[in-house]
Design a protein around this ligand. Structure first.
Ligand code: GAP
Length: 455
């Protein structure tokens, strides 16, 4: 994995990146060719964690709210969409180049007027559009230009009337979507925090003008709750309200949920009051009516939109960073990922203690039974201690061992990841035990040796 400069990455991030590669959470894209910068591949554990985060979000937004429906819009949209949204004109970052080492910087992210790396002289500021451009069809002329979407939100706005007409939803209601977005970031970095290809989980809630700030409060509360459900430590989360000079052109008010990453407090997701900007612009650019007829009040208007916009990859990095701990041990530190069982990639590992006395067969039976409901893992190789350590690093809450007594009393030894305590549990009770851990997990208060205050 191509590592960012050593002096820039906090030690905990270095350790986490190495664990992610070692255990198969995250690999650099196209690594055997030297890597594709700021693009990432998710390995066997990574894809499970990512899917669990997305499923939890979908459940919290679509399944648990009768007035929210889902959508999956295309990544490539009509180019006019991006004119209407303001991205063609305004989705720019100010860029400068170092004349000496040629390194490129986002001007608003550096202090001083020389290159932060080599001290060289910088060029004048130029505006750089972050959208990836491509051509659709066989002819590469300007008429065929298209963009990879830089946000999923626009796919929702352009389908507003389709959803109203087909789903019989009445205001206030929301449309939710999870999908890839692409931004040609000038300075990506901090592992998967800022990449060029990433995923968003966005929900656009359409409301009557005048009711917008009330719904903004509602969604701020709900989004805060979501991070509790992920099992994230409270003192690592805070709100940041956008000041007048930070507000996007479309926003009346905006709040970010920030997490205290090892590299400092940074944005995880935004809750924005986008007013009637988006639908009004799409009405102007498409010539199609985007208004809503409010039957009970006999009124027609363009709805206001409250948006909740979270990054899947950033949420995943939050879960990983919050989970990573090293406990000092006698011979070596114990690396343990305290991931909530709700989103943990593997819920339980099943080990036969030895290869004899029918233990592997019994362990296989338990695997077959549990795997109908949970993602579980069977492991026969190595000492029990080594098998525990591997599962600690994978964030697996339970290790279940079939031993000599299992055949007679139908019980197994369950070893708990967080406390390392062991208990005998009836095989028939294993499913209930895992289900209950997924619903009721509380992250233990522990001392992490990397937990140095970076403020
Ligand atoms: N529709 C609104 C919108 O896209 P944003 O603040 O630009 O707002 C929303 O992005 C979220 O998407 C961010 O809070 C972050 O979690 C995620 N995100 C944005 N750019 C990203 C990038 N380059 N890499 C990873 N995640 C990103």
């Amino acid at each position: 994995m191509a590592k960012p400069k050593k002096n820039k990455m906090p030690p905990k991030m270095e350790k986490l990146m190495s664990l992610c590669k070692r255990r198969g959470f995250i690999f650099q894209s196209s690594e055997i060719y030297g890597g594709q910068s700021a693009c990432w591949d998710f390995g066997p554990l990574g894809v499970e964690l990512k899917n669990n985060i997305k499923q939890l979000w979908w459940k919290a937004m679509v399944q648990e709210n009768e007035n929210i429906v889902g959508l999956d819009a295309a990544i490539i949209m009509h180019p006019k969409v991006w004119e209407a949204s303001g991205h063609v004109e305004g989705f720019n970052d100010p860029m400068v180049d170092c004349k000496k080492c040629k390194k490129r910087w986002r001007e608003d992210m550096i202090s001083g007027d020389s290159c932060p790396d080599c001290g060289g002289e910088l060029t004048d500021v130029r505006q750089f559009n972050l959208m990836f451009k491509t051509h659709v069809g066989a002819v590469e002329d300007s008429a065929a230009v298209a963009y990879l979407r830089p946000e999923t939100a626009q796919g929702i706005y352009v389908n507003f009337t389709n959803v109203v007409n087909s789903s019989r939803q009445k205001l206030p209601f929301g449309i939710a979507q999870i999908g890839k977005a692409f931004r040609n970031e000038i300075t990506p970095g901090n592992f998967i925090f800022r990449s060029r290809e990433f995923e968003q989980m966005e929900m656009q809630f359409f409301v009557k003008p005048g009711e917008d700030e009330k719904w903004m409060e509602h969604w701020r509360e709900k989004r805060w709750e979501f991070h509790q459900r992920l099992g994230i430590r409270q003192d690592r989360l805070r709100w940041h309200e956008h000041g007048p000079d930070e507000l996007a052109h479309y926003a009346r008010s905006a709040y970010d949920i920030e997490y205290k990453f090892p590299f400092g407090w940074s944005e995880l997701e935004g809750v924005h009051n986008r007013t009637d900007f988006d639908l009004t612009r799409h009405k102007e650019f498409s010539g199609k009516d985007q208004s809503y007829f409010d039957q009970p009040n006999n009124e027609r208007y363009i709805p206001f939109i409250i948006e909740t916009s979270a990054g899947v990859d950033r949420t995943m990095l939050q879960v990983l960073a919050d989970a990573y701990e090293e406990e000092p041990g006698e011979k070596e530190n114990r690396v343990v990922m305290r991931i909530s069982p709700l989103v943990a990639p593997i819920k339980a590992a099943i080990f036969p203690l030895t290869k004899k006395d029918g233990m592997p067969e019994r362990a296989r039976e338990i695997y077959d039974e549990l795997s109908r409901e949970f993602n579980v893992f069977y492991d026969l190789a190595g000492s029990i201690g080594r098998r525990y350590r591997r599962m600690d690093e994978a964030g697996t809450p339970y290790c279940i061992t079939v031993d000599g007594d299992t055949a007679t009393d139908n019980t197994v030894t369950v070893r708990h990841r967080d406390s390392m305590e062991q208990e005998r549990v009836k095989i028939d009770d294993l499913k209930t035990m895992i289900r209950s851990a997924m619903e009721n997990y509380v992250r233990p208060e522990t001392v992490d040796i990397f937990d140095i205050d970076e403020d």
